[in-house]
Design a protein. Sequence first.
Length: 266
Amino acid sequence: MKLAIIGCGNMGMAFARSFIQYDLVKRENLLLIEKNEERCHILSKEKEGIVINTINGDISHADLVILSVKPQDFPALAEELKGNLSENQVVLSIMAGIKISKIQQLLDHKFIVRAMPNTPAMLGMGITGFTSTEGISIAKLFKVENLINATGRSIYIEDEEMLDAVTALSGSGPAYFYYFVKHMVETGIEMGFDEGTSLLLVKQTMLGAYHLINNAEKDLDSLIQAVASKGGTTEAALSVFNGLHLDEAIKKGILAAEQRGKELSR
């Protein structure tokens, strides 16, 4: 299989390195297109693929072309790219907020897969929601899914409109998690721990809690109640969270992210 990745920032290279790690593509069959000269030089030294800084006809030989550029850079990129795509190529977009119809229009190209990964993909622990245009064969779509799964896990979304919800829930989700962890750590420091100790306590707590979600045969309410004994310390904290309507704030925040995704898609 031959692949081309346009835009070799963190997410583009997370995909590239995962493909190489799992032997899904050979370095000599991986074309990396990066316009930033300094970044291009660094990638050339790392020898993780064939690195070029301009879009040219070599792209037409790739089985899959991955678009990993900033959404605002796409219109200019499309002008260069559309004359270098072959008719039956599949284009995979991991650009936030740009709909399939817009990509098809600007590229004058039919076969588009649109995906929304998240940053844990850089460790092979991501979750990616993806959808596609009609007409892409099951065999080609399976290959795309197999590539995406090299960065973690994936879920096929029938309705493209739901990708805004994927963006709000899992695409932005790591930041919500870091936000909560940050304030737990800061509170630990206020209580007298040094930063390293507070961070260790919180990180291991979060890691252990994640594994309990995965392995305990209980729903989330039951897991909460297993910690929150009547009249105890956990109940005191949860009582404050409920009094501040933290559950509603979380819901409103995620829905605001979804709405912003819809606005960017227009």
